[in-house]
Design a protein around this ligand. Structure first.
Ligand code: RFL
Length: 392
């Protein structure tokens, strides 16, 4: 039988949506440009919010993360004035993160989608989406041998990420794009080494930000702020470890557990929000709907939040004949997207002071100190932080 929904992209957004639709008895096909091995090895996020774990658990998608995921509830801030910890699991709403690498979640979601009898086609890039404003939208996809196929459906979901085709299928005049380049670049690193300390650590340093985050017992993520345009290979491993130790003030707080750097890429801190995130019968979900800088680890969690709302809307339309929830998809998601953007933007300003000695830079760095001090000393500020840090 023909699919009722064609989903472009097998990332967290597309795969959660696909599994929820299959669970509701909606026929769907997922088309993915990359190979299965590629998507199952692509390391990105790792911090899952409580809402994400709820969605996955309620829909029978959480076996792997409940078995191997680790609870995480503390973060540390290091500055030239010392270190303070926030036990965010006992602040705010008392929620913790579950640390589970995104590629493991993708692996679980692929397996479950196939086990539920889903139609998932790898190495099948979508090259065009047409008929969006009519009743018969269709996608054109290219199979491995180069032939083009046309798949029509009742609805199309664009979960193909920041550089996907779905975004470009929405005409420029039909959507407003808010965007910001935060002017900051991180070198995102994976080290084959155990974590160096219990908490997530954020080091604010005049030479630039450095961060530490657990992933698995053998792999740890580090971030190092670098100048925009620097090649990911510019710093040899020894230099990276020296820079991390210097900015994380290892001489005062203890050494880092070093190991080979097994992945390095630069990430520019940029954000954008599309409004609306639907156009005719095309619905954008995940990074395709909007980008958020990774400063507050929100991207994958927003993707799951949107996928759940979209799955409900599509199910109501296709099974209940009620298109109202689908019509409200953007309006339901956008306030939450903006809350996440607001917090992420605040985190960027917390973690990065502008360089230089002009009046503006000096003033903004003094504000940054005041912000950190407020977070260190005000219980109400800490509750607010915790609520937004883990919440969506
Ligand atoms: P994805 O994961 O990019 O998946 C999109 C999928 O679509 C496929 N695709 C196509 N398929 C068919 N036809 C086409 N034309 C296609 N074009 C693309 C792609 O191959 C891919 O499989 O998007 P999705 O599902 O929206 O999920 C979003 C998340 O991946 C993203 O927000 C997070 O990874 C962001 N992020 C983080 N988020 C967090 O919540 N916590 C974190 O700690 C965190 N750390 C990170 C991150 C992102 C990073 N990078 C590399 C951008 C750390 C890094 C380094």
């Amino acid at each position: 039988d023909a699919a009722e929904v064609v989903i472009v992209g097998a990332g967290p957004a597309g795969l959660v949506l696909g599994n929820l639709l299959l669970g509701a008895g909606v026929r769907c096909t997922v088309l993915e440009r990359q190979s299965r091995a590629h998507v199952e090895q692509r390391a990105r996020a790792g911090f899952l919010a409580a809402n994400t774990v709820r969605v996955l658990t309620e829909n029978g998608l959480a076996d792997g993360l409940l078995k191997d995921g680790r609870q995480h509830d503390t973060c540390a801030f290091r500055t030239d004035r010392g270190e303070f910890h926030l036990d965010y699991g006992s602040l705010g709403r008392g929620e913790a993160h579950t640390v589970y690498p995104q590629q493991h979640l993708v692996r679980d979601l692929v397996a479950e989608f196939l086990a539920r009898g889903g139609d998932l086609r790898f190495e099948t890039p979508v090259v065009g989406i047409t008929g969006i404003t009519g009743d018969h939208p269709a996608v054109t996809a290219q199979s491995a041998d180069g032939t083009l196929h046309r798949l029509s459906a009742r609805f199309v979901a664009g979960g193909d990420g920041r550089h996907g085709t779905a975004r470009t299928a929405v005409p420029a005049g039909a959507v407003r794009r808010y965007r910001r380049d935060h002017g900051v670049t991180w070198l995102a690193l994976l080290a084959a080494a155990p974590q160096s300390m219990g908490p997530v650590a954020y080091a604010v340093h005049e030479d630039g930000f450095a961060g530490h985050m657990a992933r698995t017992p053998d792999i740890t993520r580090y971030y190092l702020q670098v100048p925009r345009g620097e090649s990911p290979d510019a710093r040899p491993d020894a230099r990276i470890w020296a820079d991390l130790a210097h900015r994380m003030r290892a001489d005062r707080h203890g050494p880092l557990h070093e190991g080979p750097i097994v992945e390095r890429r630069t990430v520019e801190m940029t954000s954008d929000v599309l409004d609306p995130i639907q156009y005719g019968r095309l619905f954008l979900v995940g990074d395709a709907a909007g980008l958020i800088s990774p400063a507050a680890a929100k991207g994958a969690n927003l993707a799951v939040m949107e996928a759940e709302i979209l799955a409900r809307g599509l199910t109501a339309a296709l099974r209940g004949g009620d298109e109202q929830p689908l019509a409200r998809y953007s309006a339901d998601c956008l306030p939450r997207i903006w809350r996440a953007q607001e917090f992420s933007h605040w985190m960027i300003n917390l973690l990065h002071g502008p360089a230089g000695s002009d009046d503006d830079a000096v003033f903004l760095r003094a504000l940054q100190q005041a912000r950190l001090e407020s977070l260190q000393t005000s219980r109400r500020h800490q509750d607010h932080f915790a609520e937004n840090y883990v919440g969506i």
